[in-house]
Design a protein around this ligand. Structure first.
Ligand SMILES: *[C@@H]1O[C@H](CO)[C@@H](O)[C@H](O)[C@H]1NC(C)=O
Ligand SMILES: *[C@@H]1O[C@H](CO)[C@@H](O)[C@H](O)[C@H]1NC(C)=O
Ligand SMILES: *[C@@H]1O[C@H](CO)[C@@H](O)[C@H](O)[C@H]1NC(C)=O
Ligand SMILES: *[C@@H]1O[C@H](CO)[C@@H](O)[C@H](O)[C@H]1NC(C)=O
Ligand SMILES: *[C@@H]1O[C@H](CO)[C@@H](O)[C@H](O)[C@H]1NC(C)=O
Ligand SMILES: *[C@@H]1O[C@H](CO)[C@@H](O)[C@H](O)[C@H]1NC(C)=O
Ligand SMILES: *[C@@H]1O[C@H](CO)[C@@H](O)[C@H](O)[C@H]1NC(C)=O
Ligand SMILES: *[C@@H]1O[C@H](CO)[C@@H](O)[C@H](O)[C@H]1NC(C)=O
Ligand SMILES: *[C@@H]1O[C@H](CO)[C@@H](O)[C@H](O)[C@H]1NC(C)=O
Length: 843
């Protein structure tokens, strides 16, 4: 025995136990004889929680439960549709459609009607190998209303491929056609309902919501769908989600449930979220909303799932209007002419029930109070128009159209052949017809892509209590607003439900707590910007070459500042540099010309050229200070000039040493003097000093970098100052200290020889020049530490040029003057006389 056969066997056993002979009252609301019967499953009563019927072998008595006004309304819709089809001469001409309807009372009673529909007319369900030529009681089943029951019923019916068209079971599970091959529906699936809800919340900028769900599959499933959908985009957060306690049907709210509910309402009162989404069957909400009223809530926005969004009984709790605004998701409204009258139409007086053992009580085809209660709501029902009713109506019509195809009907007659449900199912998948202006067909998942409406509850008499404010197209997945909501707030302002107010442009979100919707707004500082599409939580720094103002969303290119030729300071320094260059050139030529004269020789002889050539080069290199810094110019600025300067300084020092000390050394340390002369001591000294300097400069460069960098002008961040590396200052001090040492040594020698004849005495010059060089370096460093602008480059350049000018003009200038204007003093004889005079004075 295969698993299917075993299931069937079990079912048959059940059927035998449960099914008592059913005799139906003619003309009952629940039954209509016909050539082909449709099964109808509706919840006329509901018992939200009670699985107690599973513990005893009796079909539950639905009419002991609370009545569902809308359930009866839907059942009437099916009756209306069948009657209309039977009246209509073209859809199924000559064919009488009948129905058999059972109250499933939400989930309590769905196996029994399933079995009843499966059995043949004689309540007998044979065990067969092949059911392809089996004729069950009904050819198709409409309903039931909720997904849980629809699945249970489908588990029975799908063995026989009996088409099942449900009109308000929205669960996404039902789209799985391998599990539910015979299940079709005339409503969009839950994910569309959720999407519509999310788009509604997004439209009003609500991102901080409360979700309340019922303690059943409907609540849990949809609550989970919503939170998954919200997590996927992350722009709406759930402040908290709670399961509403469901009281036992007969006992009312117990103390445990009461405290659970009180906790929830207390949380609701404390939270800043103003939007409450409620997924629950409507009957479970009556107690809840009465409790809500007791708590005096105001200013909330309630979002109703389709299960209760158009419930007239909840709507009749008119004080609810004081708690805030009620919005709901439901099926689009299509008005069905004639239905309002039909809904409350009294059937002809039922024939007297004679000697029957009243099977109605066990079969749940019984609702004595339905008509009267529905009548009491008829005003609301009439004003609110047909929504889910249309789903039922179109489900019946879909089956009728399938029959029309299967029976190959023309305008006047149909072939009244045997209808096997599986054949009907094939036709049902392919129906495509227009009904009251809507093109109806089933999509790949067996859903009818009907529009959803967003409705607002209203309590003005004579107005539609469920006013549409927007509709949602499942195919486009887009919401369209057609009406403004009246919010019952001062000035009709839209209620706010945000964990944090959205930030101004250019403000980053600083998360507070765990939710992405809760944050503080922090201004982006100048120099940073906020790229919303990349990162809302961090201000990104602008690229180096760019800058931004406070609260920026983009950066702009900064002005680049560097020394330029056309600026006045540059011109002045350039003039000085060219003065230096040409005068050094002139000095070089004069010295070259008078190379053999004692003046040149006393100035250092060949060593003069060792000073003059670097000087000349240094003046020639001054343009590297001007223009956009590059690696090369930075290298020159930081290395070349200081090395040149050191060369000059060491030459002067060694020259002073020679003049003052060489004789003494020759006298006292003849061997050292021998070495000094033999190994060209002065040049070795200069080379040594130069090498040390080069090493220092190189080390300095390696420690930092010679790449030019851009720094923000402290006075104006829109400007970026391009300069060589910022640690240049330390390097400069370092270099200066070495130069200082050299000049102190040079000065000491010069001081020792202060009584030498003037043409040998450079003490004054060295003192002056070194003092200048030293103070200028110190002041430059001080200046650099307080100022960062282009001025630093100018100062640096000016100091460099002046230092070189000092050497060039201060040291060589007087000598040239003598050479040119007092040639008589530039003779060996004159020098000899001077030296003799000096020696005589000394002795
Ligand atoms: C069907 O036809 C009958 C008789 O003409 C009429 O009384 C009834 O209202 C019609 N029903 C519908 C649903 O149109
Ligand atoms: C609600 O308001 C009524 C009357 O204003 C008051 O008596 C009652 O205590 C309030 N209930 C709560 C829970 O605040
Ligand atoms: C009452 O029951 C008897 C037998 O049980 C039957 O013969 C008779 O026709 C029934 N009466 C009606 C009105 O159905
Ligand atoms: C329905 O209402 C009518 C009168 O309005 C009344 O006669 C009848 O008994 C009521 N039916 C039920 C089942 O309450
Ligand atoms: C609506 O509620 C009021 C009292 O709250 C009640 O009197 C009335 O009968 C209810 N309406 C319906 C149609 O039940
Ligand atoms: C249904 O029929 C209409 C016109 O009769 C056609 O435009 C439409 O594409 C059909 N839809 C499907 C799903 O076959
Ligand atoms: C809603 O009201 C605003 C002005 O208050 C108006 O601009 C807008 O068009 C209205 N929207 C709809 C759908 O009526
Ligand atoms: C309502 O609007 C008026 C005028 O536009 C304004 O003075 C008043 O402050 C508003 N009230 C509220 C609560 O926003
Ligand atoms: C922002 O980020 C996106 C994606 O990372 C990028 O394509 C875009 O260019 C950025 N915009 C700005 C102004 O940086």
């Amino acid at each position: 025995m295969g698993p299917q056969a075993r299931t069937l066997h079990l079912l048959l056993l059940l059927l035998h136990v449960l099914a008592k002979p059913v005799q139906l009252i003619e003309n009952s609301d629940f039954h209509l004889a016909g050539d082909y019967l449709l099964g109808g499953l509706f919840s006329l009563h509901a018992n939200v929680k009670s699985i107690s019927h599973l513990s005893y072998l009796q079909v539950p008595k639905c009419n002991e439960f609370d009545m569902k006004v809308l359930g009866y309304n839907l059942m009437q819709a099916m009756r209306f549709a069948v009657e209309e089809i039977n009246n209509c001469s073209t859809l199924l001409p000559g064919v009488l459609l009948g129905y058999e309807m059972v109250d499933v009372c939400y989930h309590s009673n769905n196996v029994h009607p399933g079995l009843y529909f499966l059995a043949q007319d004689d309540e007998f369900l044979p065990i067969l190998q092949d059911y392809s030529h089996y004729m069950p009681h009904v050819v198709a089943v409409i309903g039931p209303d909720n997904s849980e029951s629809a699945i249970t019923v489908s588990n029975l019916l799908s063995h026989f491929l009996i088409p099942q068209v449900t009109y308000s079971a929205i669960s996404d599970e039902l789209r799985d056609k391998r599990r539910f091959p015979a299940m079709l529906r005339t409503v969009p699936s839950a994910s569309h309902h959720i999407e519509a809800m999310v788009q509604l919340m997004t439209h009003f900028h609500w991102n901080w919501i409360v979700v309340l769900v019922s303690n059943d599959d409907y609540g849990r499933e949809n609550g989970q769908l919503l939170s998954q959908r919200l997590i996927r985009t992350g722009d709406i957060c759930i402040a908290f989600q709670e399961v509403l306690p469901t009281p036992e049907p007969s006992q009312g709210m117990g103390p445990e449930e009461q405290s659970q509910l009180d906790n929830i309402l207390e949380k609701l009162q404390r939270t800043t979220a103003r939007v409450v989404v409620v997924f629950s069957p409507e009957l479970a909400l009556h107690g809840f909303f009465r409790e809500v009223l007791r708590w005096n809530f105001t200013g909330l926005v309630w979002i109703a799932s389709e299960s209760w969004s158009i419930d007239p009984v909840l709507h009749n709790l008119t004080e609810l209007r004081h708690t805030g605004t009620f919005l709901g998701i439901t099926i689009q409204r299509v008005s069905i002419p004639g239905f309002s009258e039909f809904r409350v139409r009294h059937t002809k007086a039922t024939q007297p029930i004679s000697n029957k053992t009243s099977p109605r009580a066990t079969c749940n085809q019984d609702c004595d109070a339905c008509l009267n209660i529905t009548e009491s709501y008829s005003n609301v029902l009439m004003l609110s128009g047909e929504r889910v009713v249309y789903s039922v109506y179109s489900a019946v019509y879909a089956v009728a159209h399938a029959l029309h195809r299967l029976l190959r009907c023309n305008q006047v007659r149909c072939t009244k052949e045997v209808v096997y449900p599986w054949k009907l199912l094939r036709e049902l998948w392919d129906v495509n017809f227009t009904l009251l202006g809507n093109q109806l067909f089933f999509d790949q998942q067996g859903d009818m892509p009907m529009f959803l409406d967003i409705i607002q509850w209203q309590w003005d008499l004579s107005q539609n209590p469920f006013q549409s404010i927007a509709f949602y197209s499942p195919t486009k997945q887009r919401m369209t607003y057609i009406h403004n909501v009246s919010w019952h707030t001062p000035n009709n302002t839209i209620p706010m439900s945000m964990c944090s107010k959205s930030c101004q442009p250019g403000q980053m979100k600083k998360p507070v707590g765990l939710h992405t919707c809760c944050f503080e707004c922090v201004n982006c500082l100048p120099g940073t910007y906020l790229n919303l599409s990349a990162d809302e939580f961090n201000c990104l720094p602008c690229p180096d070459s760019m800058w931004s103002h406070m609260n920026a969303i983009t950066c702009f290119k900064r002005l680049q500042a560097f020394l330029e030729w056309h600026e006045a300071p540059t011109i002045v320094v350039a003039l000085l540099a060219s003065l230096g260059f040409f005068s050094t050139l002139a000095i070089l030529l004069i010295f070259w010309r008078h190379f053999q004269t004692p003046m040149v020789r006393s100035a250092g002889g060949p060593m003069c050229f060792l000073m003059l050539v670097p000087l000349l080069l240094a003046f020639g290199m001054v343009p590297v200070y001007v223009g956009r810094p590059t690696v090369f110019t930075c290298f020159c600025r930081q290395a070349f000039f200081t090395v040149c300067f050191s060369v000059c300084l060491s030459c002067i020092t060694v020259r002073s040493f020679q003049i003052v000390c060489v004789f003494k050394m020759a006298r006292r340390l003849p061997r050292a003097y021998g070495f000094w002369v033999r190994y060209h001591g002065p040049y070795v000294f200069v080379a040594f000093i130069t090498a040390v300097k080069v090493a220092l400069v190189a080390a300095n460069m390696l420690a930092t970098t010679i790449n030019p960098i851009g720094r923000t002008d402290p006075e104006d961040p829109n400007i970026v100052i391009l300069s060589c590396h910022p640690n240049y200052r330390n390097g400069l001090l370092f270099n200066t200290s070495m130069d200082l040492l050299l000049s102190v040594v040079g000065f000491s020698f010069a001081y020792m020889g202060k009584e030498l004849p003037t043409n040998y005495n450079e003490a004054k010059f060295i003192t002056l020049s070194m003092t200048f060089s030293f103070t200028s370096s110190i002041s430059l460093c001080t200046f650099m530490s307080v100022h960062n602008g282009v001025l630093v480059t100018i100062m640096d350049l000016l100091v460099t040029v002046l230092n070189f000018l000092a050497i060039s003009l201060g040291y060589f200038g007087p000598k040239c003057y003598m050479i040119l204007f007092y040639p008589e003093r530039n003779t060996p004889a004159y020098f000899n006389s001077m030296i003799q005079g000096y020696t005589m004075r000394k002795s």
